[in-house]
Design a protein around this ligand. Structure first.
Ligand code: FAD
Length: 294
């Protein structure tokens, strides 16, 4: 396990020119935190591959490491090969490899069934060019047959050549530690970075959580519900809860935190500062990645 902890941030590619401009401002605010890298989602919410790629290139130009997400469901080997070549040609060396989800109406699954097949393909095609991160689900992926089955499937991704993982968000620190025990028992020791979802909007969070299988513990749900439309109280409570969660995770040995920024800077910045991540050299980012020479 690495001694230096990793702190990073996820953004998504906006669909409009105004959104792209707003994300530039957000990134400028987040850049002050010196995150280890920015990851950029693909497909979620209908974003295009080009959108993901363009944001990744902007991030590189700003002097940061960019890790675009690459999904495989509904794709062919050839289209993934093109995507990998495009990344290589632009000096991108870090990707997040995922299966992704298709709308239920979509009939064609493509040439990959699961993310482990994608990881295997990327390694076979590109050797060690990429650092490959994969997804992990401490509270179980909603389509998994059982927790153990999900752990076994995670192990397959690590064995296929993943370097690290980022978790789905969760609010029970114990679920993360239990998951880590299970994967370590299975002989997997890649770093599993905890995915952190700041709390700012209860309705949106409840919807997301129902879809992705992340539990909002009853005590948190009740408190958030009790605030109704009082956004300031939701935010204040959310900051306390998430900061404490991060503290528990770091104290318990989590190798890093990956913040789901939802393209907003304020909450991630506040949590980052409360945790003093910027001052804790042993766990802060060691560098702004050198601007990639193409
Ligand atoms: P897999 O690891 O393939 O797992 C999918 C399901 O299949 C699980 O239930 C697993 O247990 C099961 N499974 C896996 N392998 C096998 C096997 N060999 N046999 C039987 N069952 C198996 N979605 C997007 O569309 N775009 C994004 O940018 C994006 N970014 C994400 C980032 C992170 C950090 C996370 C945690 C999720 C992200 N997602 C994204 C959501 C993700 O695509 C969905 O959760 C998707 O349903 C599963 O993707 P996966 O890579 O985990 O799939």
């Amino acid at each position: 396990m690495p001694t230096q902890k990793s702190f990073s941030i996820e953004v998504f590619p906006p669909k409009t020119p105004e959104g792209i401009e707003a994300l530039r401002k957000t990134r400028a605010e987040l850049a002050e935190l010196s995150p280890k890298y920015f990851s950029i989602t693909y497909g979620a919410g209908g974003s295009t591959q080009q959108g993901t790629h363009n944001i990744a290139l902007e991030i590189q130009k700003e002097g940061f490491e960019a890790a675009p997400h690459v999904t495989c469901i509904g794709t062919t080997r050839e289209s993934v090969r093109e995507r990998l070549n495009e990344c290589r040609a632009n000096g991108i060396r870090h990707i997040v490899a995922l299966r992704g989800d298709l709308p239920s109406s979509y009939g064609v699954l493509g040439e990959f069934r699961y993310a482990n097949e994608l990881v295997e393909f990327i390694r076979a095609e590109t050797g060690d060019w990429f650092r490959i991160d994969v997804a992990a689900y401490p509270e179980m992926h909603p389509q998994a047959k059982s927790l153990q089955d999900d752990v076994d499937n995670f192990v397959r991704k690590a064995q296929a050549g993943a370097d690290a993982a980022i978790t789905q968000y969760f609010y029970n620190a114990s679920s993360y530690f239990r998951f880590m025990e299970n994967v370590q028992k299975a002989g997997v020791d890649i770093p599993v970075i905890a995915g952190i979802m700041p709390i700012t909007n209860f309705k949106q969070l409840a919807q997301f959580s129902d879809m992705c299988g992340a539990e909002i513990p009853r005590w948190i749900r009740l408190r958030l519900e009790s605030y109704g439309d009082d956004l300031a109280s939701i935010r204040a409570f959310g900051l306390d809860v998430v900061t404490e969660l991060c503290e528990q995770l770091l104290a318990g040995g989590a190798p890093g935190l990956h913040f789901y920024s939802l393209n907003k800077a304020a909450t991630t910045r506040e949590i980052w500062h409360r945790l003093k991540l910027d001052e804790r050299k042993e766990i802060g980012s060691d560098k702004k990645a050198e601007a990639v020479q193409v």
